[in-house]
Design a protein around this ligand. Sequence first.
Ligand SMILES: Cc1cc2nc3c(=O)[nH]c(=O)nc-3n(C[C@H](O)[C@H](O)[C@H](O)COP(=O)(O)OP(=O)(O)OC[C@H]3O[C@@H](n4cnc5c(N)ncnc54)[C@H](O)[C@@H]3O)c2cc1C
Ligand code: FES
Length: 363
Amino acid sequence: MSTLAAAESTTAVNATAGELRLQVCAIIDETADARSLVFDVPEALRARFAYKPGQFLGFRVDVGGQCLTRCYSMSSSPWTDARPKVTIKRVAGGRVSNWMNQCVQVGDWLKVLPPAGHFCIDQHQAADTTRPLVLFGGGSGITPVFSLLKAVLHAGQRPVLLVYANRDEASVIFRDELRQLAKAHPEQLHVVHLLDTLQGFVDAPQVRQLVRLWRGADYFICGPGPFMDTVESTLLALGEARERIHVERFVSPPDPCSSGTAQPAIEAQGAVCELLLVELDGVTHQIVPRPGETLLHSCRAAGLDVPFSCEEGFCGACMCTVQEGQARLTRNDVLSSAELEAGWTLACQGHPQGARVRVKFPA
Ligand SMILES: Cc1cc2nc3c(=O)[nH]c(=O)nc-3n(C[C@H](O)[C@H](O)[C@H](O)COP(=O)(O)OP(=O)(O)OC[C@H]3O[C@@H](n4cnc5c(N)ncnc54)[C@H](O)[C@@H]3O)c2cc1C
Ligand code: FES
């Protein structure tokens, strides 16, 4: 057990801080620079750690005297894997990804935030054969995509195309498992590997060619920024519906102490919100928010079980739409300008502006 983790409590819930901890029960070296961590979930935390394919876990780790929050998608599927597993690829100069790859050992306890995220599917969507599913994964972006893939293959006969881009052959994570899945589902699953060393970076003509027989699909894209931008913009240019294109952005938040992201005090910025209406699971709740509170704080203070994870504006777990009035964001590292235009906001960073504000959380 590493020294740092050994100093942690060996219980799953730290009673004083209400923090959740999970114990690493297995480590799998996937490639030279990526490893998977498998977690034991004690009976008492099973419900808290129930997840949908494609969701992620948040981790709070102490590295170099700083408490850093990072999200890692589950590469496991809840319907095929007994335990949750995350797969972490080293980022050059990256603090947490290298710490996770170097220092974590079997038996360590890590501080973990419950599963979150909207880059996911449910049982009904997984088995829906009315349209195919097209998955684009680049590098470590394969993790949530792999979870989705296993779930769909398990759920039914929905046709799936997986386009998986990597630097070179040695960096292909889950290569053997993918081969086995393709062999086991020859009619249903079509896998295309792209290697930068052979084909160069993915470009628009390649994307058009790849999806030509799969038009009208639901698309899930995760990978490096330029890869996702190319795929997404090409699909949109082809006329694919925006609401059927799902994107997961792998970003780190700014450092807790970084001054560049400091925001002005919100209390001074606009009219005090007198009534906050929150639509959650088809029910509208009325809340009188306290001045300066975020939407998330108001919801939680009112006892609403709204989704969230990082609370720092970079994971997107708390996304909701503003239906009436406005919400001012203090920080946003995840929503695109198109999403902002479409009314999306982040509950953890959004402050209601105007006497009456209504927000809606997606089902
Ligand atoms: C929803 C979600 C899911 C994710 N899922 C996965 C996953 O499944 N697998 C995975 O591998 N990753 C995943 N990520 C990405 C992951 O959370 C981290 O962003 C990634 O591991 C890098 O974190 P890090 O601490 O190692 O890097 P950081 O320390 O944050 O560094 C990132 C980059 O910034 C540079 N840098 C660091 N400090 C400084 C500084 N002070 N000044 C200037 N530059 C600096 C580093 O050199 C590096 O290039 C996910 C992210 C999100 C939001
Ligand atoms: S909880 Fe992560 S962006 Fe709001």
